[in-house]
Design a protein around this ligand. Structure first.
Ligand code: BEZ
Ligand code: FE
Length: 286
């Protein structure tokens, strides 16, 4: 076809996917072209704006390495990551809600026994975490594999400190009653990395880069859907403006203060004042 104009071009591009033998890929590509073309027509995209967008995406790719995934961060701040979570995890209560995975999970984190101190020297106020993992009927799930990771009191993950050992993260297994308990630190709010193109977008659009204080959890158990979620700290100033749109009311929990002379929920007497967090995770069957 020749003499394609600003309207007819869309159908012509989509027609070129006709020979695609993978139906889902064909559908995804066709709808992508339709949406992109509709967008360009709607905003009357200029050639300079298209080149600026290509430059931005090029810089985003150039910012990526084995520790930094600027494209995931872009998807996060545009709400696309959380939209995908919401579309794919529509489980009614009492199932624990899912939220974004984020870029700071590390495969092969240290495995700890129940009751362990997973802090490993990271700065922060002591936090005793107790939890149960059950099915939707409240029956305990024994031997579930729980990965947890979080930022320290400087708002940094261990992987953001070059050369540092793994801290404030680990894997534990629930006991026969589905119980989980470990010692960590109180999470604080932190900004997502802003030294790349995504930071430029946030600044240019007048958006702040903060995530409310949270602890990440990934829970795996045979016969159940893997749950990727956070627990957010109640009272955090960013709960209603999380830069990646990940907050769910059901995931917000109090972390009450206890003086040093109070007995902690497990283990020997505390050496300093501490906080506690008690949570229940309810997993959906596969
Ligand atoms: C995180 O919670 O670790 C995170 C999530 C999305 C973007 C950046 C960080
Ligand atoms: Fe995080």
């Amino acid at each position: 076809m020749r003499n394609i104009d600003h309207q007819s071009i869309t159908a012509e591009v989509i027609a070129r996917f006709q020979e695609c033998t993978e139906p889902r890929l064909k559908y995804l590509l066709s709808e992508l072209v339709q949406s992109l073309h509709d967008y360009a027509r709607k905003v009357a995209l200029t050639e300079q704006e298209l080149m600026a967008a290509i430059g931005f995406l090029t810089a985003t790719g150039q910012k990526c390495d084995d520790k930094r995934q600027e494209f995931i961060l872009l998807s996060d701040v545009l709400g696309l990551s959380m939209l995908a979570v919401a579309l794919n995890n529509k489980f009614p209560p009492p199932a624990t809600e899912a939220t974004v995975f984020g870029p700071f999970y590390v495969q092969g984190a240290p495995v700890y026994p129940l009751g362990a101190n997973i802090v490993q020297g990271a700065p922060g106020e002591p936090l005793y975490v107790t939890a149960t993992v059950t099915d939707l009927a409240g029956e305990p799930i024994a031997n579930a594999l729980v990965n947890t990771w979080q930022a320290d009191s400087d708002g940094l993950y261990d992987v953001q400190r070059p050369g540092q050992p793994l801290q404030a993260r680990g894997a534990l297994r629930t006991d026969g009653q589905g119980r989980l308990y470990f010692k960590s630190i109180v999470p604080v709010p932190y900004p997502v990395p802003t030294d790349g193109p995504v930071g430029d977008i946030l600044r240019a659009s007048g958006r702040h880069p903060w995530r409310p204080a949270h602890i990440h959890f990934m829970i795996e158990a045979p016969g159940f859907r893997t749950l990727v979620t956070h627990i957010f700290r109640d009272g955090d100033p960013y709960l209603d403006s999380d830069v990646v749109f990940g907050v769910r009311s059901s995931l917000v929990a109090a972390m009450p203060y206890h003086p040093a002379d109070e007995p902690p929920p497990f283990g020997p007497a505390a050496e300093q004042a501490f906080r506690t967090l008690d949570i229940s995770f309810r997993l959906t069957s596969q």
